[in-house]
Ligand binder design. Structure first.
Ligand code: ZN
Length: 313
């Protein structure tokens, strides 16, 4: 299936993948279709914006600039992991690239080096601009990487493509460096993992009133549980066993947090006490110093008891 998704289909695909989607006013009819065709579509292209700040980056990608009219992509992925939709149809993002790369994408094969600019990429690729300065120093928050993974997977899932249909601008057009700061190989691996799990509810989960994203997580957790723990305790794969596992993990996590904060408090008390003793250390013998330190620490030792924490799950 290589007919471009409609606006509604695109929004649904992204939301079903668990993304927060922001629809910028006018995006549904904002495109460059008067300059050339859009479709058949064959892949998803990832870029960095070379900008910072969400609102001005989104505005730039919607409007474009004097040399390059907008839309400059279909969606802008911000540092909080939200996808801002700015275009629907042909967009000025891919430029001319290597036809051999397009052939590899169509056939879901490993990519050859991009050494030609002989093919109109705006016709064949969805584009996501990801907010990053692209200087190799601006960090990529995990929530943003996750959103890139989800957005790419959403489109691959909708078109029944594999992760091989996800490429970076740098793999398409000679001279391009984006995205910089993570490898497309690692992103394709993430997309491949994600595509292995379903967003469609399993029949026995219908009574749980979960969102599509929760169903997907549940499927992932079941896979995890089965992969790493063999068959679940009673030999079934009842998802409720997985909930018990999650609750247990949440309880352990809360206990660990309590221990860490108690240790932090103990450490601070120790430092404060040493600082106080250092002020008049000449008047104190070692036994007194040890006794004072011990007394100070005993006051916080009680807090090392693990509180009975009830996770909110
Ligand atoms: Zn680019």
């Amino acid at each position: 299936m290589s007919t471009p998704l409609s606006a509604d289909q695109l929004v649904k695909a992204l939301r079903d993948e668990g993304l927060t989607v922001v629809e910028i006013a006018g995006w549904r009819t904002h495109n460059r279709n008067h300059k050339g065709p859009f479709g058949p579509v064959h892949g998803v292209m990832i870029h960095h914006t070379v900008t910072s700040g969400t609102s001005n980056s989104v505005a730039l990608c919607y409007n474009g600039h004097s040399d390059l009219p907008g839309p400059l992509c279909h969606g802008v992925i911000d540092k909080q992991g939200r996808v801002h939709l700015v275009g629907n149809g042909r967009a000025n993002h891919a430029g001319s690239g290597d036809g051999d790369v397009l052939t590899a994408v169509v056939n879901e094969l490993p990519l050859p080096a991009d050494n030609q600019a002989d093919t109109d990429g705006n016709r064949y690729f969805y584009g996501f601009e990801c907010i990053n300065l692209g200087d190799g120093k601006d960090p990529w928050p995990e929530v943003q990487l996750l959103a890139i993974e989800k957005a790419a997977a959403a489109i691959c899932r909708a078109h029944e493509w594999s992760e091989r249909s996800v490429i970076g601008h740098l793999e398409w057009q000679p001279g391009k460096i984006d995205p910089r700061g993570f490898t497309m190989q690692s992103m394709r691996a993430r997309v491949a993992d994600r595509l292995q799990t379903s967003t469609t509810p399993l029949p026995q989960e219908d009574d749980m009133a979960l969102t599509a994203e929760e169903h997907r997580w549940l499927a992932e957790l079941r896979k995890f549980a089965l992969d790493y723990h063999g068959k679940l305790a009673d030999g079934t794969d009842d998802p409720r066993d997985v909930y018990d596992y999650i609750r247990g993990t949440a309880r352990d996590s809360a206990a660990l947090k309590a221990q860490v904060s108690a240790l932090t408090a103990a450490n601070k008390t120790l430092v404060d006490t040493v600082a106080r003793l250092a002020a008049d250390v000449g008047d104190l013998d070692p036994t007194t110093i040890v006794r004072e330190l011990t007394a100070a620490l005993e006051s916080v030792e009680l807090r090392l008891e693990i509180p009975d924490t009830t996770p909110t799950s």
